[in-house]
Every structure is written in C-alpha cells, then in structure tokens.
Design a protein around this ligand. Structure first.
Ligand code: TMP
Length: 213
C-alpha cells in the first residue's frame, strides 16, 4: 500500500491558510486529517498559547523556539502513523514557520542554521504551498497575538525567502515548494489553485519512502 502524502500549507499571517486547509480537508474527505501548528492543546502547546496570547508571559526567545519545535516532535509519531496507514495529512504551518518567525526576531546567534537544528529528523512534507501577498492592504486586520504586528510580519516575509533559499541548497534536498500569490484572489480562486496542485501531486507521487529535515 502506498503511504499518504504530507501536504503543508505555509504562509504569512492573514493569508487565508486556515480557510484553505479546511477546504482542502473537505475535498480530500475521510482519507485525510488536518493538523495545525502550533497544536495548542498539548502540554507544550498550552505554554505556546500562553506565550502568544499573554504579553506579560515572558520566555527567552531561544526557549520559545525550542517549544515550537518540541510541539512538532510531540505530534511526529501520530503524523508518521497516519501516513503509513495511507491517510493524507494536511499541515497548517510547520518547520518553515518555525525557522522564519524565530530568525526574524534578530536575536544574536539565532540564525537560520541555529533555528533548523531542533527540527532535524522531522518528516519533510511531500508538497508545500506557500501563501504570500505583495499588497499590505490584504494583510490588514491582524489579531492581538504577539507576532501579529505589521513591522514584524515584514521581517518574517523576508526570512521565509531566506529559508526557502536555504532549502534549495542540495544538502537539504528541497522538495516541491510552490509559491502562491494570494493577493487580490478570491477564496474560490485560491482553493482551485490549491486543489489543482494537490490532486496532481497525489496522482503522480506514489513513493513509500519518507524524506526528513
Ligand atoms: P497561528 O496564527 O497559525 O496559530 O500561529 C501562531 C503564531 O505562531 C503565528 O504568528 C506564527 C507563529 N509560529 C512560530 O513562531 N513558530 C512556529 O513554529 C509556528 C508553527 C508558528
């Protein structure tokens, strides 16, 4: 039996990832499961949630980074088991968010190489769709969480580019990262683009091996 595919939707805040991952889940039906990172209900996820929602809850940036990575490790066995059972797993954010957001803080020593270390050994997505937009207007209406600030989001956008460049390096064997400009597009248009890429990927990729960060 071929394993399920690991499909990641990544992107900046307010680019419609959650809407699109839910629509994709509906399309793929019972043979798929959606996992969102951070997964805020686990013991580590609860700490992350507290950090994001309570400005007075201070943690060292290095510790926060390791918590986000640990949150992925908490779910890693479940993800692998689902894929081995033949189910597709849709991820809403994953390793690339971890590296882009933490390195965008500009903390001494926390460069891309530092940030990727605790992610090494996690299963790599088979297909990554990165949602971006050029127009600031689309990204109005940030919420109240810690990173939802225009200035910081601009830095994150630059870092995502650096992260994808780093993964083009042959040492990381980049795999299927597609950039989707969602600016000025309707929910339906983006959903159609997502479905075309995902259905094509599923129809043509049958490998049973996993790739790892
Ligand atoms: P969310 O809005 O998708 O729930 O994500 C919460 C915030 O956490 C968002 O601003 C992105 C950030 N984040 C990280 O900083 N590192 C990570 O590893 C992940 C998954 C998210």
């Amino acid at each position: 039996m071929t394993r399920g595919r690991l499909i990641l939707i990544e992107g900046l805040d307010r680019t419609g990832k959650t809407t699109q991952t839910n629509l994709l889940l509906e399309k793929l039906g019972p043979n798929a499961q959606l996992i969102k990172f951070p997964e805020r209900t686990t013991p580590i996820g609860k700490l992350i949630d507290k950090y994001l929602t309570e400005r007075s809850f201070e943690l060292a940036d290095q510790a926060v980074h390791l918590l986000f990575a640990a949150n992925r490790w908490e779910l890693s066995h479940q993800i692998e088991a689902l894929l081995r059972s033949g189910k597709h797993v849709i991820l809403d954010r994953y390793v690339y968010s971890g590296v882009a957001y933490s390195s965008a803080k500009g903390v001494r020593g926390m460069d891309l190489q530092w940030c990727i270390q605790p992610e090494k050994g996690l299963i790599k997505p088979d297909l990554t769709l990165f949602f971006t937009t050029d127009t600031a207007a689309e990204r109005q209406g940030f919420g109240d969480e810690r990173y939802e600030v225009e200035e910081f989001q601009k830095k994150v956008k630059v870092k995502f580019n650096d992260v994808f460049k780093m993964f083009e390096n042959p040492d990381y064997r980049v795999n299927h990262i597609k950039i989707l400009d969602v600016g000025n597009k309707t929910v339906e248009d983006v959903a159609a683009a997502v479905w075309s890429l995902v259905s094509d990927h599923i129809a043509t990729n049958k490998s049973t091996d996993f790739m790892y960060f």
